[in-house]
Design a protein around this ligand. Structure first.
Ligand code: ZN
Length: 296
């Protein structure tokens, strides 16, 4: 099958294996989507790379959603990178952001994030959201996610991630539940694990997609499914930012407006600025606010 290394950019790609229909392999590669998502956020290189890895992971997990909604991954720690968050919805819109203080480029992942937790949330448009939380435990973001999968998920899952300021890539191996796995499936699963463990960061960043799958698993009969395109997109809105402001409570909102004539709320993901003036106070403090269209 001809391989076009350019084609698999900004998409998630799933692969099926003839030898094991209980195994799922997926890759993601972000290039233009990564720039659109992060270039405007002026992040130090290590933070940019972590956000890229997190966004790649969010895409891989969102591809598995069986409902309309979004997958959110959040890291909170006491290191110089105090927050990392990425989400991807079932429409393939991905975004990421971070909070950080002064940091040294040579710090390890553990030094950057410190002690804290990782939360993975599946948030359906209709219905209950599901959230799993584990302490940060591992020498990389992928390690922490694998720790999460091992302790919170029913499915045997392993993820590999890499990113720099130009591109991000990821590989996911997952074993679907069966009443019993055949000997052939067991053997194939063990082989997939061993082969996937050989993947290097440069391969993930530059080859994710068919070139990577065929290189890693060349002894297997692999069939690729159609790519699932992902792109930068932000779901923020004036109404949503008003809700965030409202959640501060009446007295805090009033004291904000007492010291300034307008209050601005910035969306960290996309840079959009929402501004509220004195005329909006009543609306901000009402229990049942009118729709966003009624605001000037
Ligand atoms: Zn936004």
């Amino acid at each position: 099958m001809p391989i076009d290394p350019i084609a698999d950019q900004n998409c998630v790609r799933r692969f099926l294996l003839d030898e094991a229909d209980d195994a799922r392999v997926a890759t993601v590669r972000l290039t233009q989507a990564l720039s659109a998502m992060l270039d405007h956020q002026a992040m130090p290189t290590p933070v940019f790379s972590l956000c890229g890895e997190l966004a790649a992971a969010a895409c891989l997990l969102a591809d598995m959603l069986k409902f309309k909604g979004e997958m959110i991954i959040q890291l909170k720690g006491d290191g110089p990178v105090s927050l990392l968050v990425a989400d991807c919805n079932s429409e393939g819109q991905v975004r990421a952001t971070a909070q950080w203080s002064t940091l040294d480029d040579s710090l390890s992942f553990q030094d950057l994030v410190g002690a804290g937790y990782l939360a993975v949330t599946a948030d359906p448009e209709h219905g209950e959201r599901y959230q799993g939380i584990v302490p940060l435990d591992g020498s990389s973001l992928a390690d922490c996610l694998n720790h999460y999968f091992a302790s919170s998920e029913q499915l045997d899952t392993r993820i590999y991630l890499a990113a720099d300021t130009q591109q991000a890539g990821g590989l996911l191996l997952q074993r679907l539940p069966r009443e019993a796995h055949s000997n052939r499936q067991e053997d194939t699963w063990d082989t997939l694990h061993i082969l996937a463990d050989t993947v290097g960061p440069d391969e993930l960043k530059t080859l994710a997609g068919p070139p990577l799958a065929y290189r890693l698993f060349h002894g297997q009969t692999i069939r690729r499914l159609d790519p699932w395109p992902v792109q930068f997109g932000c779901s923020c809105s004036r109404d949503r930012s008003a809700r965030a402001l409202r959640s501060l409570g009446k007295s805090d909102v009033e004291s904000l407006f007492a010291s300034q004539s307008t209050v601005t709320v910035d969306c960290h993901f996309c840079g959009q600025v929402y501004q509220y003036d004195q005329a909006d106070i009543e609306w901000l403090l009402s229990d049942q606010p009118p729709g966003p269209d009624t605001l000037q």
